[in-house]
Design a protein around this ligand. Structure first.
Ligand code: UD1
Length: 316
């Protein structure tokens, strides 16, 4: 029986894809994760239904047998974070570039049906025009952005040269339940929600007027499944965003309103490698993949806050 593989399936986004696959009736889901940033707890209520393999994508021999014969490989394993890739570039280079190469090679040699690759909106860098459309020239500003772009190029080469079906989805600042807020490199919204719950001041780097197309994790998981099914998409890249744009100052205002707190943020210097504005043109994803994001920012944040509250209650 052919199976699904989710690399990074114990991570924040990967585990959401695992859940969606199981909801859709997938019989065999293999999670490939080294638990570096992922947690087994992210799979808690579906743990019995998945085959969790602790393996590292930097090690071809370890992952090749797991990927062999897969119907679809969702490649989510990565070391995220722009500042982390600047402070500590070697692990992110090895995992995001060499690891991606290993996954693609294993998929090709193991005759997998398709690879859906987690690409990043950071590939665009600062563009003169918003929203950002796939036909724009990439202008990566950080090691992370470049690494994710190299992965896209590799996907395209594996399609063109070896005939492996690949689809890349450029994620636009994904947020939601299970995003780990425990590191300074964590996604900004997870840090904002943690600060609101702990009644501490968040730090905003720069003036807070930079903007992001924050995208709820369930919408991204759904888009991945659509990309796995769509026809005539081999070798293509798509924006996986919501189509909107919210400044950090607006985001913090929303968090305060939802939690009923009034806490002025601390403002720090701007962060190296930061993109100023980010917003997805979703036309191609809607047209070719049937992308249909369902969660407004307020609704997604409400659900996320609810989840963080529950976690905090359990931890007490
Ligand atoms: C980037 C990518 C995103 C990718 C992510 C992976 C862009 C536009 N987006 O996200 O697609 O998934 O990397 O990590 O490049 N900030 C604060 N205070 C904090 C933390 C962050 O003000 O405590 C600011 C940052 O300076 C930045 C914004 O919040 O302006 C978002 O930062 P972050 O959540 O780290 O994501 P990006 O770097 O935008």
């Amino acid at each position: 029986m052919s199976h699904y593989v989710v690399t990074g399936g114990a991570g924040f986004i990967g585990s959401a894809i695992v859940r969606r696959l199981l909801q859709e009736g997938a019989r065999r889901v293999v999670v490939v994760d080294n638990l570096l940033t992922g947690h087994e707890a992210n799979l808690e209520e579906v743990r019995h239904a998945v085959d969790l393999q602790i393996a590292d994508i930097r090690n071809y021999a370890e992952i090749a047998p797991l990927i062999r014969g897969a119907a679809v490989v969702f490649h989510e394993a990565a070391i995220p974070s722009v500042p982390r890739s600047i402070d500590d570039p070697v692990p992110s280079h090895e995992i995001n570039i060499d690891g991606t190469f290993n996954v693609l090679r294993a998929a090709h040699e193991g005759k997998a049906g398709r690879v859906v690759y987690a690409a990043s909106s950071s590939a665009y860098g600062d563009t003169l025009v918003l929203p950002k459309v796939e036909s724009m020239n990439p202008q990566p500003k950080s090691p992370y952005a470049l690494q994710k772009l190299v992965g896209e190029y590799y996907c395209n080469i594996f399609t063109g040269v070896y005939g492996l079906e690949t689809v890349a989805i450029r994620y636009f600042n994904v947020y939601g339940p299970r995003q780990d807020p425990s590191s300074p490199y964590s996604g900004v919204l997870s840090l904002f929600l943690k600060a609101a719950l702990e009644h501490t001041q968040p730090t905003i780097f720069g003036d807070g007027e930079q903007s992001r197309d924050f995208t709820y994790v369930e919408d991204v998981a759904e888009l991945n499944l659509r990309a796995a099914r769509a026809g005539n998409v081999a070798g293509k890249i798509y924006n996986g965003g919501n189509g909107g744009r919210i400044t950090l100052n607006q985001a913090w205002a929303t968090v305060q309103k939802l939690e009923g707190v009034d806490i002025p943020p601390l403002y720090g210097g701007p962060r190296a490698g930061d993109v100023r504005d980010s917003q997805a043109d979703t036309t191609a994803a809607v047209r070719d993949l049937g992308h249909a994001p369902r969660y407004s920012f307020e609704e997604g944040m409400r659900l996320t806050l609810e989840w963080y509250r529950k976690q905090a209650a359990v931890a007490k």
